[in-house]
Write a protein that binds this ligand. Structure first.
Ligand code: LMR
Length: 334
């Protein structure tokens, strides 16, 4: 029997192993901080399902919800280092990356309705914000909706003066810091995963979030009062590591873009109803008193919070704020 030349046998082994490598699926680790049973959690699940199907298993999406892999700040660092490939941080968490313009979305009462928000995220403003991410080795793929924020605390909050001296947890946004200060509260930046315990132990007195986040984090079990104020907004940017994204075979990238488009449509279609359902569940739980501001109180809140838009012009950009307000005017809001 002929012996195979050692070089040939080495080449044969290499061919076998690269063949085996070619069979390995491309893994996308998708980390996020909220529960599965939220608009973002469900959007991520839908993306996984669609992406794996569209690529016939050549891509595997591993989901890590509920801060199981990383907390707020760490997940952004992990994405830039390539330890995870995909995230969907709230738009309030981009300033530490050096793109503070995303805090536009945090300005109190900047979106009188979801129609204005859609014009912003789907139009040139949304695109220009994504462009700013590229130099950070990040590609923005989509904007995902959550909803309008409500306030919670251990005391009733009807008038802005009720916030005086309250320690309020916020996300890492200077606009949110200014917003809480405008109410006379003391803002405290804290990771999402730490909020429940901080409220339970009295490290902070209150917080703001969407009903879907409040309900799934059981915030209502450690807060006696919730005020339906709709004073601000929470949404997300789905982002990927640019080096990873650019290295994908073109056909795979196209399939993933298609899956993301579908998942985005789905998420944005369920967001409002998920929040309505969550608010109802909070009411039904009987664990917290839910109060909705009347017209007079709303106007007091607006009076207290609208100056934040002007105060933050230097940070966000006057043109950017004006462009959003122009969209509102075009859609008939005063
Ligand atoms: C928060 O940190 O309060 C939320 O924005 C978390 C999230 O991703 O919705």
């Amino acid at each position: 029997m002929h012996k195979i030349h050692p070089i040939l046998s080495g080449l044969f082994a290499l061919a076998l192993s690269t063949g085996a490598l070619a069979q390995q699926p491309i893994v996308i680790k998708f980390s996020h901080v909220v529960a599965n049973d939220t608009p973002k959690g469900q959007g991520a699940e839908r993306f996984k399902e669609l992406a794996e199907k569209a690529t016939s298993g050549r891509v595997k999406v591993e989901l890590y919800p509920n801060s199981t892999l990383y907390k707020d700040k760490e997940e952004l660092e992990a994405l830039q280092l390539g330890a995870v490939q995909m995230l969907a941080p709230s738009l309030s968490k981009f300033a530490p990356l050096g793109v503070k313009e995303f805090e536009l979305f945090d300005l109190p009462y900047i979106f009188p309705g979801k129609d204005v928000l859609n014009r912003v995220t789907e139009g040139p403003i949304g695109k220009s914000l994504f462009k700013k991410l590229e130099s950070k080795n990040i590609v923005g793929l989509a904007y995902w909706d959550n909803g309008f924020k409500q306030m919670t605390s251990h005391k009733p909050m009807h008038d802005p003066s009720d916030f005086k001296g309250l320690k309020m947890r916020i996300q890492s946004s200077k606009v949110l810091d200014a917003q809480m200060r405008a109410l006379g509260a003391n803002p405290q930046v804290m990771a999402f995963s730490e909020v429940y315990q901080a409220l339970q132990t009295g490290v902070v007195d209150g917080t703001e979030n969407t009903p879907s986040n409040i309900y799934t984090q059981k915030t209502h079990e450690v807060q006696e009062h919730l005020t339906v104020s709709d004073h601000g907004y929470i949404g997300y940017a789905v982002i990927v590591n640019k080096k990873f994204w650019d290295s994908l075979p073109a056909d795979i990238r196209t399939e993933l873009e298609g899956a993301m488009k579908e998942a985005t449509k789905y998420t944005n279609a369920i967001a409002q109803q998920e929040n309505d359902k969550a608010l109802n569940n909070i009411k039904q739980s009987g664990k917290t008193t839910v109060y909705t501001l009347n017209a007079k109180e709303k106007s007091e809140w607006r009076k207290a919070l609208l100056p934040v838009q002007k105060e933050m012009q230097g940070r966000i950009g006057k043109d950017l704020i004006n462009a959003v307000n122009k969209e509102s005017a075009t859609l008939g809001y005063k």
